[in-house]
Design a protein around this ligand. Structure first.
Ligand code: UD1
Ligand code: UDP
Length: 353
């Protein structure tokens, strides 16, 4: 069976890696990289670390306004799908690359499988929310990471082709977590002892593109009273420069880091502060307290279990949220057993229902 996988942004390389491995040797995989992310440390590094096959198509679309970026992807993906005629198109998550892939496929009547289906923030100001709603509504196979996602799809009238498979990011964490601990030397190079530092990532437009909001987050990081390792997303790097903001003395700013270094730091951090979807889940799975600087989260299980706290107010709110006691019982394993990718392959083999 021929399966076209569409990726373009950092989290999609990580999500696609275990599925690509599960498909290997059994099915023909064609990989299309839209080029949404293109810096080495946002793209190629993950192909190398996670042993993802080189893309068959590198579309090189790059950055741009949403309409232009998504439109250019749609056009180029359509050309590739016409040439390849796959049995399935596989899309991941909620980026513009996801939506472009799903739209291109559905217009050619090629079945679409959506990995990480059913997530909702109910915040229509987020581009990701449009991307996921539209992708779910044109997908034939909806591969849900959690029961919550299954329920949310049912509430929108989508029950056909919906399967609870678990989260492919857990597969990736289980495959690489121990290796990361053994091989990463980043914490040593930064002279950081386990549980003596925080790890922060910020990239949502509503946190970066408003200088006042970005300043609040920096003040909050300063108030954590411990070193904060801050791998800076290129969007955030540009926003910091535009706003002319200087980083607090306790913040160690780095270029984006590789997945193994990231998993290693996550496992030894005392606290994680983030607005990333993937990083919230990783914090939860590693039982590391997490503050999410957002008004809401799609990953509600992490908040319900007490391991993740939303802090969308001023810096004092973030600092207070970090200081309150954290749970002493391990987080329940709500994101699956690390075998989501195998289930996905079996479902693709069954064909459309
Ligand atoms: C995108 C996704 C978001 C996801 C995130 C993961 C959309 C709408 N957003 O957000 O859902 O959480 O990826 O990281 O699809 N840039 C570079 N080099 C790169 C990539 C980006 O310099 O390799 C800069 C460019 O200035 C670009 C900006 O970052 O304009 C934003 O990139 P873009 O892919 O549009 O959005 P992200 O914020 O990365
Ligand atoms: N990540 C990484 N290096 C970094 C920052 C993040 O490897 O410098 C990983 C992180 O561990 C997670 C994924 O990238 O697996 C999350 O991607 P991102 O935060 O860009 O997107 P989101 O999950 O919010 O869509």
């Amino acid at each position: 069976m021929k399966i076209v996988t569409i990726v373009g942004a950092r989290p999609q390389f990580i999500k696609a890696a275990p599925v690509s491995q599960a498909l290997a040797g059994q099915h023909q995989q064609i990989l299309i990289h839209t080029g949404q992310h293109y810096d080495r440390e946002m793209s190629d590094l993950f192909f190398d670390e996670l042993h993802i096959p080189r893309p068959d198509y590198e579309l090189g679309i790059g950055s741009g306004p949403h309409g232009r970026q998504t439109g250019q992807m749609l056009q180029r993906i359509e050309e590739a799908l016409l040439a390849e005629k796959p049995a399935w198109v596989l899309v991941y998550g909620d980026t513009n690359s996801t939506l472009a892939g799903a739209l291109a496929a559905v217009k050619l009547q090629i079945p679409v499988a959506h990995v990480e289906a059913g997530l909702r923030s109910f915040n229509r100001a987020m581009p990701e929310e449009h991307n996921r709603v539209l992708t779910d509504h044109c997908a034939d196979l909806l591969l849900c990471p959690t029961q919550t996602a299954v329920n949310l799809l049912a509430a929108e009238g989508i029950t056909r082709g919906v399967f609870l498979v678990g989260d492919v990011m857990v597969d990736a964490m289980q495959q690489h977590g121990a290796l990361a601990r053994q091989h990463s030397t980043l914490a040593d190079r930064l002279h950081l002892r386990p549980r003596s530092f925080a790890l922060a990532t910020i990239h949502r437009p509503y946190n970066t593109d408003d200088p006042a909001r970005l300043a609040v987050i920096l003040t909050a990081l300063a108030g954590l009273a411990m070193p904060v390792v801050f791998p800076v997303h290129p969007r955030t790097r540009a926003a910091l420069a535009r706003a002319g903001l200087t980083l607090p003395a306790n913040v160690i700013a780095l270029d984006p880091i590789g997945y193994l270094d990231m998993l290693a730091l996550e496992q030894t951090a005392a606290l994680i502060v983030t607005d990333s979807g993937g990083v919230q889940k990783e914090a939860y799975c590693f039982a590391v307290p997490c503050i999410t600087v957002r008004p809401e989260t799609e990953w509600v299980e992490t908040v319900d279990a007490g391991w993740n706290r939303l802090a969308w107010g001023d810096a004092a709110q973030v600092i207070e949220a970090a200081r309150r006691p954290w749970p002493t019982t391990p987080p329940p394993p709500v994101f699956g057993d690390g075998h989501a990718a195998e289930r996905i392959v079996r479902l693709l083999e069954r064909g459309t229902l």
